[in-house]
Design a binder for this molecule. Structure first.
Ligand code: SF4
Length: 492
């Protein structure tokens, strides 16, 4: 057996040139194999993506949909294929109307891949996306919620096979092994009401650990992280679905605003490498400051920061992450990264939250004082303030702001010459709108409702059901339309 070393992207890669086996040991295994295998193990540097949780499946095969294009090139070289094979495979996996599930599907187009490459993929890799479309719910406004089951195999024969538990990053959340994943396709229309394109709102986790008090996903607690493949597959499956339905409208924007806090699954989202310009992708966070700094430095996509309150007192309650990273630290990081008039960050001032009685008492976070405070806090940050109206779900103590309150809030910004948009609420009749995704019935340890600050509790005539298990999901009664002046829909 002969070994050859080559370098690729500064790394040494080794491949076997001659596999003739000269002898076998008394135990039946080729005697030279163990020796050579250990030599190879010593010579081959680990592939650069090996550290990423979930990059290999339970049987050790590399999930190729977990890899960016440069990483796919690296893998191809490691199995003795030229980098161009990676670009060819990338086109078949993600290219328009291809979206293959296995390499045989590519054969319909003039034997795209040779037998040798197929054998290498079969031996050590997988094209599985880890999801299977389970159901589609279409809202009155055309928003579609796609619900996926987690699966371990590739192709229909493996569908439904439960995944074995797998570890996540050291000290980080485990990989999700149960539950469902929800993706929302939000139609964007022109003034004549014609659908022009879809925005795909992707989930990055099953459930969420952040426990934002107004969010249905947060009530589930965290069941686990999705792999890069499972995040990318949401877009692939959505495109397959639209093509099957003969819907000729493209998915032109992607927002990471579905189930989960994207920056709590940092490595997986950074590797998605979706084939859209980074201006077409927005990643949303509630303010994990260290990861946010890293994300900004990566320049991978645009950023949205969900504030939800204008004081630490209220934010500590509504967004418990604020107790770790208070507003001064969060806004300080944004100020540093996006000083006014240099670059741009989008952030959401958050859902306008108020309890029934709170509205009578002046609102939780939608008062004119809140608007003026936010105007001052954000005056030296280059940003667009985007208002999201709270979308109710069963068991929540919060209700929506009035249209008047939203208009008055926005008016404070417009009078100061600052842009401010109001996000149209879409899909709320199928629990597909902001903060409505998920299924709390599968949670064994739902997140607790937290006690509001005393000053606010006094204004809530009926206190929230503190510590109560959230009820199972049922579609809410139709709600009044949001005071939508502009901007996109989306999820948590
Ligand atoms: S709003 Fe986002 S970060 Fe907060 S609980 Fe919901 S999904 Fe998690």
């Amino acid at each position: 057996m002969e070994l050859a070393a080559a370098t690729y992207a500064g790394k040494t890669c080794v491949r076997v040139l001659d596999e003739d086996a000269p002898s076998t040991s008394s135990r039946g295994a080729p005697a030279h194999v163990a020796t050579v295998a250990s030599q190879v193990a010593d010579l081959i540097p680990p592939l650069s993506f090996e550290h990423r949780p979930g990059v290999r499946d339970a049987s050790g095969r590399v999930g190729l949909k977990n890899l960016t294009l440069p990483e796919l090139e690296e893998w191809c070289v490691s199995v003795g294929e030229p980098p161009k094979r990676a670009r060819q495979l990338f086109r078949w996996l993600y290219g328009n109307k291809k979206w293959i599930r296995n390499l045989d599907q590519a054969d319909s187009d003039a034997q795209a891949f040779g037998a040798a490459f197929k054998a290498k993929v079969a031996a050590s890799a997988s094209l599985a996306g880890g999801l299977q479309l389970q159901s589609v719910h279409t809202a009155r406004d055309g928003t579609r919620k796609l619900v996926f089951a987690l699966v371990s195999g590739e192709g229909e024969e493996d569908a439904g096979e439960p995944q074995t538990a797998r570890e996540g990053a050291p000290g980080g959340p485990p990989l999700a092994t149960r539950g469902t994943v929800e993706t929302v396709l939000i139609p964007m229309t022109n003034r004549q009401g014609e659908k022009l394109r879809y925005t795909a709102c992707l989930s990055t986790q099953v459930g969420c650990a952040m426990n934002c008090q107004f969010c249905y996903t947060g009530r589930m607690g965290l069941l686990g992280n999705l792999t890069t493949a499972q995040i990318v597959e949401q877009v692939v499956e959505a495109r397959r679905f639209l093509a099957e339905q003969d819907v000729p409208i493209p998915i032109a924007n992607i927002v990471f605003m579905g189930m989960g806090e994207p920056l709590n699954n940092f490595d997986a989202i950074l590797a998605t490498g979706l084939e859209l310009s980074r201006n077409k992708i927005i990643v949303s966070t509630v303010g994990l400051v260290p990861e946010m700094r890293q994300f900004i430095a990566s320049r991978a996509a645009k950023l949205a920061v969900s504030l939800h309150a204008t004081t630490d007192e209220v934010r500590d309650w509504l967004v418990p992450t604020n107790r770790r990273y208070p507003m001064a630290e969060l806004l300080g990081a944004l100020r540093e990264a996006f000083p006014y008039d240099k670059r741009k960050v989008w952030y959401d001032e958050g859902r306008r939250l108020c309890g029934d009685r709170v509205r009578a008492a002046g609102g939780l976070n939608d008062t004119l004082e809140d608007a003026q405070r936010l105007l001052a806090l954000s005056s030296d940050i280059y940003c667009l303030v985007n208002l999201i109206v709270f979308n109710p779900h069963d068991g929540t103590p919060f209700t929506r702001s009035t249209d008047e309150a939203v208009r008055a809030f926005r008016g404070v910004f417009l009078s100061a010459g600052r842009p401010c948009t109001v996000r149209t609420s879409k899909g709320d009749d199928t629990m597909a709108a902001c903060g409505q995704l998920g299924d709390t019935s599968i949670s064994t340890r739902p997140a607790p409702m937290l006690r509001p600050p005393e000053a606010l509790a006094a204004r809530l005539a009926v206190p929230p059901q503190l510590g109560a298990r959230p009820p199972a999901m049922t579609p809410p009664a139709p709600v009044m339309p949001a005071a939508a002046e502009s901007a996109a829909g989306g999820c948590a």
